[in-house]
Design a protein. Structure first.
Length: 217
């Protein structure tokens, strides 16, 4: 059994690449184009909190919920990967325009709506995160109840650190793009969108492989 510190670091290291907050921050900024800084800060906090809560729920109950509804992880990966790729594709093909105010998103209700879908799920915490979190949950399930509790509590801290990385990247996305300038920001945004398309397709392919493996067994 890993030490509790190792579990924390392992959880963070496993989730950070699939969360991909650096690339996600650029998509986040594009989808909230024209919103004032105060609203973006609030939205970044909402997304990070939603990410933490969602992954903790998956950690403790994810496998039971999927089993209850008869949903397999490969199916979740295919559906979620398609949505992630679609979001990336939409941003990738969006024409570059000057940032304009968008009054439609300048209210708390719209912020809360965007915070969960699509910004938290599937853009930030997508099927890849679910699969990783379910694997960690299975890894930290032990014969002794106390070992299971302590292992999953340590994994929860790792999830918290990963969610904090999302907050930092999303919170300062606008400041970073200002330093990069319009051209640099456009390049980074398009590159991030392309990476998200690739991630979405990779998640879908992994789901297809999982289904095919289940059929051939």
């Amino acid at each position: 059994m890993l030490s509790y510190t190792q579990i924390i670091l392992f959880t963070f290291a496993a989730l950070f690449p699939v969360l991909n907050p650096l690339a996600g921050a650029m998509i986040f900024l594009n989808l909230t184009r024209g919103a004032p800084r105060t609203l973006l800060n609030k939205l970044a906090l909402e997304v990070s909190l939603n990410t933490f809560i969602l992954l903790v729920v998956v950690l403790f109950t994810g496998s039971w919920i999927l089993s209850f509804f008869g949903i397999t992880i490969p199916v979740v990966e295919i559906a979620g990967g398609f949505v992630v790729a679609s979001l990336g594709w939409a941003v990738l093909n969006q024409p570059v325009t000057e940032e304009q105010e968008n009054p439609a998103i300048h209210n708390d209700k719209a912020v809360k709506d965007m915070a969960f879908f699509p910004l938290t799920m599937p853009l930030t915490a997508g099927p890849g995160c679910f699969a990783v979190t379910l694997a960690i949950s299975a890894h930290e399930t032990h014969k002794k109840l106390i070992d299971t509790i302590m292992g999953q509590a340590s994994a929860t801290i790792g999830i918290l650190l990963a969610a904090l990385s999302v907050f930092v990247c999303y919170r300062y996305a606008k400041s970073i793009t200002k330093k990069l300038g319009p051209t640099g920001s456009s390049v980074i945004m398009k590159l991030s969108a392309f990476i998200n398309v690739c991630i979405g397709l990779q998640i879908m392919w992994r789901g297809v492989q999982g289904l095919l493996t289940g059929i051939t067994q």
